[in-house]
Structures are given as structure tokens and as C-alpha cells.
Design a binder for this molecule. Sequence first.
Ligand SMILES: O=C(O)CCC(=O)C(=O)O
Length: 276
Amino acid sequence: MLLNASEIEQFDRDGYISPVSVLKNDEVAGLRDQLETVEARQHGALYPEQRSKSYLLFKWLHDLVQDPRILDPVAQLIGSDILLWNTLFWIKEAGSNSFVSWHQDTKYWGLSSDQVITAWIALSDAGIDEGCMRVMPGTHRGEVLSHEDSYHDDNMLTRGQEINLEDKEMEAVYMPLKAGEMSIHNYRLAHASGPNIAADRRIGISMHFMPPDTRQIVGNWDCAMLVRGQDIYSNFESTPIPACDFDPEAVAFHKKASKAVNEVLYKGAAVNDAKL
Ligand SMILES: O=C(O)CCC(=O)C(=O)O
């Protein structure tokens, strides 16, 4: 499952790689079933606060983020000492208008490193009709662009933050994925996604990995999970290991962790409409 030299070169030049095969069909079906069983118990949806730092709530996700098929390519890109900062669910229901406006995550996550990367794994097909991600190649090497907060109801981002790319949209590249595949992008790369006009839900999980010398420079406290190698810096508090889904100790920690992420993401915002 290792990346080849031209994929690594593309990642450096363009800021993304897609698709990378990770899970077999039966594995995808098993994970989707675990997620949808929880949703069914909760009247059909995750609660907003369950979208982030969810590897503390779901044992299966805690296991998934340590899968060598995900970590081997990540290690090729950022080195063999790896912290997981966050995971986020990105679920667009069939026929929904949910979208993600053009943005760069560097602007909002409060992380000091240029090397933070997002691995986004599909638990259902995520093609153009399903509203897959689009990226603007090379923007990870430029400035952090100016963002406006729109607070659009259908925008899945916390503040509906948006870069105006106007005439550049033609240069954007779609990253369609089959269920079980992932894309990887640098968190400074401008990215967006459109509505889901297909008949199935689009279920994605983003996993945010960083080298351990990264610091949280906006929030007073933050946590992360060491998924490979060593952390000689201890800039982030280590997260507990959930023994099962909704392990009480991990759930209590998740409350503090997701609140801390929420405070960083909404720092300076006019409105906190608690999308996470
Ligand atoms: O799922 C999407 O469409 C957007 C995801 C995203 O913005 C991210 O993973 O950083």
C-alpha cells in the first residue's frame, strides 16, 4: 500500500493524492453498519458534537485510524512519528444540499506545523454526483487566503467560511472516491465540495495527522493520539484508549476535547451555531 515516487512528488507539487485503496468491501460494510446502528438509535443522525474527536467515542474508529494501510502512506509524507489530532464525520444525505465552501484548514485549526495532512476515507461511494471533494492544486504552497464567514445553513463548515476563488474555479480538480478509498491532502490546500444529488448517502471520515513537534497556538489546551512512533515533545495531552464504543472514561474526555476544538474553530467568530 506504499505510495510510489510520482505520487509523493505529486503531493509535494499539487498538495494532494487521490485515490488510495484502503478497505475491502466487507470492511466498509461492517464500519458503515456500526455507524448506522448508532445513528438509528439516535433517531437517524449523529449529534453535532459527535462529529469531531470521534475516535474517542467509537472503538472501531479508534482502530481504523491505526490501520497500517492508512498510516504507511501518511508516514511516507510526514515521517514515522505521527500524532492524530482529530477525526471528523462528513455525512451528506442522499439528495441533500449540504456543501462545503472553498477553504484552507490552516486558517482555523490553530496548529503550528505546515505538515498537517488530512486523510479522507469514504464509507460510501463519493463521486461527483455524491458531492466529492474538489481541490485547487498548488494552493498549499501559497498564502493563507482571506476567508469570509457566511453562516449558510447548508454549509457544513462551522462558520461557513469561504474563499472567493471566482475565475480560478476552472482549475479545480475533483477527487472522486469509491467506498473504501481515501484521498490525502495538505491542510493548507484550498478544498470544497458540492451537494449530493445521488440516491445514496455520502459518508466520509477525515483523519488529521501531524508530526509531534506541532503545537496548538490558538487554544490553551489540546489533545492528540500517538498512532505511530514516538512523541518526545508532549505538546498535546494523550487521549485515553476507549475499551468499547461510548466507554464512559473516553466519553468524559471527549466532552472536554470536542469543546476545546470547538473553541479553537470558532475563535473570533461572530456566531457559534454549534455545528460541531
Ligand atoms: O467532506 C467534505 O466535503 C469536506 C471535507 C473537508 O473539508 C476536510 O476534510 O477538511
